[in-house]
Design a protein around this ligand. Structure first.
Ligand code: GLU
Length: 371
């Protein structure tokens, strides 16, 4: 769930719309109660902080917005902590930059952290790390940040709540014939042209950034929805059928990720496994260091590598959790020995089953996916 500044912060007073936020949080907690995992991407730091620094008017220079974010983020985090802890939910603050979602190693770290937080029952509240991000490493808008978070966490649904109801064929404020678009199955140049440049007064994202976010989300197999959050209980309203625009993916998050792995043009290296490991992989298990007999090529944690059978044919492809140097040291060994050999406790698996694609052989999972 992504909430924009225009909803969170009152435009006249520069204060948090607390009553509204309480209703959003009630909605999110209801989703959690029925077993859904929720991540919140929240804007509002700059909008909240600027008033306290006497920067209420006009557009801000980059350093001014970064200063405002520093002041606003702590207030925002405080509000989330208060509201969520009142319901006994632990809140976790995660501040990301563009690099964290695009550089592979950082991406893996952020992904693992989010996974752990969710598994431990915390509710991650994410924003851009505005105070340190320079122009080149900034998203600048939380729509794309939210789409990257959806991608890295394997989310199946992303909702962008803002001050717009969704996508129109043209600007409804100027064109009386503008039609509402309920569903987008393909993001064509025509759809992109509809987006125009419709930035709202408070946040930084317009419809264009929302379409860019939709491209990222849909490619990752995630449904995305643009909806107005102006009313209280915005998520309940959506579930009751409030108007919004849906972007529909063509795959699930798991298959999209696997297609991406299988489509890697040049795997960075190759590891050879024994017959027992091959059997385990085909049963849908992860690849453990114990089943590896050789490794070649130069790779880093997070690179895609080929997995070869003992006759040298490629049997799988996957994202490896260790570098070539570390993989060579732990191959053939038990996972419980990893810490003793490398001096740190990494993953038990060399390639986790979620990061592994079996080639030319039906796995329990692929059989299920094709049903
Ligand atoms: N990260 C910015 C903030 O918290 C918001 C960016 C956006 O509005 O999309 O103020």
């Amino acid at each position: 769930m992504k909430v924009g500044s225009a909803l969170l912060v009152d435009q006249d007073t520069g204060r948090l719309n607390r009553t509204w936020l309480e209703t959003l949080i009630e909605d999110l907690l209801r989703l959690r109660k029925r077993g859904q995992q929720v991540i919140l991407v929240s804007s509002g730091a700059i909008a909240l902080g600027r008033r306290h620094l006497g920067l209420a008017k006009g557009s801000l220079r980059l350093d001014e917005s970064q200063a405002a974010a520093a002041v606003g983020q702590i207030r925002l985090a405080h509000a989330y902590k208060e509201l969520l802890e009142a319901s006994n939910v632990t809140v976790a603050q995660v501040l990301l930059t563009l690099e964290d979602s695009e550089r592979r190693r950082r991406y893996l770290n952020a992904r693992a952290t989010l996974e752990s937080l969710l598994a431990l029952g915390a509710l991650p509240v994410i924003n851009e790390n505005d105070t340190v991000a320079t122009a080149e490493i900034r998203y600048g808008d939380n729509d794309r940040l939210a789409a990257r978070v959806a991608q890295m966490s394997g989310a199946d649904c992303l909702v962008l709540l803002s001050d717009v109801e969704g996508l129109f064929t043209s600007d409804p404020n100027k064109d009386p014939n503008a039609q509402f678009v309920q569903q987008v199955r393909q993001i064509t140049p025509q759809i992109e042209a509809m987006a125009g440049a419709s930035a709202s007064a408070v946040g930084s994202g317009g419809m264009t950034t929302k379409i860019m976010a939709a491209k990222i989300a849909v490619a990752a197999g995630c449904h995305m929805c643009i909806a107005s959050g102006h009313q209280k209980h915005p998520v309940s309203r959506l579930e009751e059928g409030a108007r919004c625009t849906w972007f529909v993916p063509h795959a699930t998050p798991a298959t999209a990720r696997k297609q991406w792995i299988a489509g890697t043009l040049r795997p960075a290296g190759a590891i050879t496994i024994d017959k027992g490991a091959l059997k385990a992989l085909r049963e849908g298990k992860s690849l453990l260091p114990a089943g590896v007999v050789a490794a070649r090529g130069r790779f880093e944690r997070g690179d895609t590598v080929s997995v070869l059978g003992d006759d040298g044919t490629e049997v799988a492809r996957g994202i490896i959790s260790y570098s070539d140097v570390d993989a060579a040291r732990i191959m053939g060994r038990k996972s419980s020995e990893i810490e003793g050999i490398l001096g740190f406790r990494g993953r038990d698996e060399l390639i986790h089953r979620d990061d592994l694609v079996i080639l030319g052989h039906e796995t329990p999972e692929s059989a299920q996916a094709s049903q």
